[in-house]
Design a binder for this molecule. Structure first.
Ligand code: ADP
Ligand code: MG
Length: 252
């Protein structure tokens, strides 16, 4: 794999939290990972293993203590605030476990947000929203407020917002964690579809083997280190799912 084919290249990431009493906790330990363009990577691991910390660092939401992160060959840790805002508005989308919609804005306004922040022309914004809501089947929800929607509907709006600016990479932190199994399954099929059809790379954190079985590669995180990886290869999803369960079984 040449550097040019990588969408994400993170090297020697360390993160240490320090409590107000001055107690230090090393949460990520010299962690390196690379993601090729078009990959769907799942990061698994027990609660407290550092998954969210890692994802937040990879997605510009948090700074590591040391290390380097390149996305689309851009050094995201060397960017100023304006460059970071630009990067978030062009290159990446983020899907949150608890949707993180803004309650005081309508569905339409929530989805438009990445574009209005970029000062895109209203006509272009309207076109982009139209396309993405059609893709997600949420045309009828545009004038509603988040509080009027079910969890499954809110997460579709969250995905629409992550997609509307056509990013090359989407991050998800337990994106199906708050959904019932039927909505979770639907969301996972959807993520797989945009990964394959739109060639959007995905890096998704999950503690759940079923969700992870939709990915093309799985990284197992334990205590701030990647301790194993599993490639889907040509296996069908059911077989991959059983392989993941076996793999998890060997850790316990
Ligand atoms: P995961 O997502 O795998 O559950 P996290 O990355 O959220 O793990 O947390 C890893 C460890 O870092 C945990 O022990 C957690 O308590 C600690 N931690 C997470 N965020 C912070 C923070 N902002 N300040 C201090 N400690 C934190
Ligand atoms: Mg987490």
């Amino acid at each position: 794999m040449t550097k040019a084919e990588l969408i994400l290249d993170a090297q020697h990431i360390n993160k240490t939290y320090e409590s107000s009493q001055g107690v230090k906790q090393e949460v990520l330990k010299n962690l390196s990972l690379a993601v090729a363009q078009g990959e769907f990577v799942a990061i698994m691991g027990p609660s407290g293993s550092g998954k969210s910390t890692l994802l937040n660092i990879l997605s510009t939401l948090m700074q590591p203590t040391s290390g380097q992160v390149l996305i689309n060959n851009k050094d995201i840790l060397k960017m100023n605030d304006r460059q970071i805002a630009d990067f978030r508005g062009h290159d990446m989308g983020f899907i949150f476990q608890n949707y993180n919609l803004i309650d005081s804005l309508t569905v339409r306004e929530n989805i438009e947000l990445p574009l209005t922040l970029q000062k895109i022309k209203p006509i272009k914004i309207a076109e982009a929203v139209k396309m993405v809501v059609k893709l997600l089947g949420i045309e009828t929800l545009l004038n509603k407020y988040p509080a009027e929607l079910s969890g499954g509907q809110q997460q579709r709006v969250g995905v629409a917002r992550a997609l509307v600016h056509k990013p090359s990479l989407i991050f998800g932190d337990e994106p199906t964690g708050a959904l019932d199994s039927e909505n979770a399954r639907e969301m996972l099929y959807y993520l797989r579809k945009i990964n394959l059809d739109e060639e959007i790379s995905i890096v998704m954190v999950t503690h759940d083997a079923f969700s992870a079985s939709f990915a093309s590669r799985i990284l197992f995180l334990s205590d701030g280190e990647i301790i194993n990886t599993l490639e889907r290869g040509s296996a069908d999803r059911e077989t991959f799912y059983r392989n993941i369960l076996n793999q998890l079984g060997t850790f316990n």
